[in-house]
Design a protein around this ligand. Sequence first.
Ligand code: SAM
Length: 282
Amino acid sequence: MTDQNKITKQKVTDLFNLVSPGYDHPSLRLFPFSADAMVHFLHPDPGCKILDVATGTGAASVAAGKKIGNGRIQAIDLSESMIEKATLNVAKMALNNVDFHIMDAENPEFKSDYFDHVMCAFAIFFLPDMPAALKQWLRVLKPEGRLIFTSFTETAFQPMADIFRTQIATFGVKIETDAWQNLHSKQACEQLLADAGLENITVREKQMGYHLNDEAGWWGVVWNSGLRGYIEQLNPEQLEQFQQQHMDTIKNLVTDKGLWMDVNVLFSMGTKKLENNIGNTF
Ligand SMILES: C[S@@+](CC[C@H](N)C(=O)[O-])C[C@H]1O[C@@H](n2cnc3c(N)ncnc32)[C@H](O)[C@@H]1O
């Protein structure tokens, strides 16, 4: 791994350790909603073995754990605090078919051709080398096993996310391309799966958005998600000023239904070809 990749991964891990206490905030219910939809598309059979890459607080493992009975899920993440929350969430649902590991998504330390399915919700776009990661996920997937990941389209979180970026930039915060924008088109997802050698590729687009009550609901998103990384660069006085200014602007978007949050999601799925079975010597 290059030094730059190590720094990128450490930054992401630190960020998710920071936001983990509020990650299950009601404003972020997009994660359990989308996990349910992803598992619906994946349709795992009872008894199967699943790798949940970058499990976060375990939304996908909870959704799949309810479906697979005596099957087993190996859930991995680099953030220790997220894994701690995931462990509690799984216990709360009385599920005993999920194991958690602190492990890098780009280097899953499991046997080749082991899992029936690999799933990854809203994390592939954080990885410095997505094709390399996919290669590893395919290695651990059984031939004819299904792999699924989710990502956001360009409209997700808009217009609030752009307003956030424009306003926080006036406080001298350096704006980078947010990771979630790294894989926002159907075409890019299809290409990534095709280049990795998967077949039966389908990319479905589904609106998973909802109304937040008001602008405070949006602050719940900002404070408990990746956007918090920008906020951390403000001193307490700037934070107060920024919050005031940002909330005053976002308030104007609230209607009698509340504040619409677009969460347009791509569900990308493919099957491992039989000939990809490197371990098959027949
Ligand atoms: C946006 S969260 C999504 C969490 C969860 N899958 C969900 O949908 O609720 C992204 C997660 O990816 C994890 N992550 C980022 N890079 C990773 C890596 N290289 N290896 C393992 N986990 C990683 C973060 O720690 C974080 O928990």
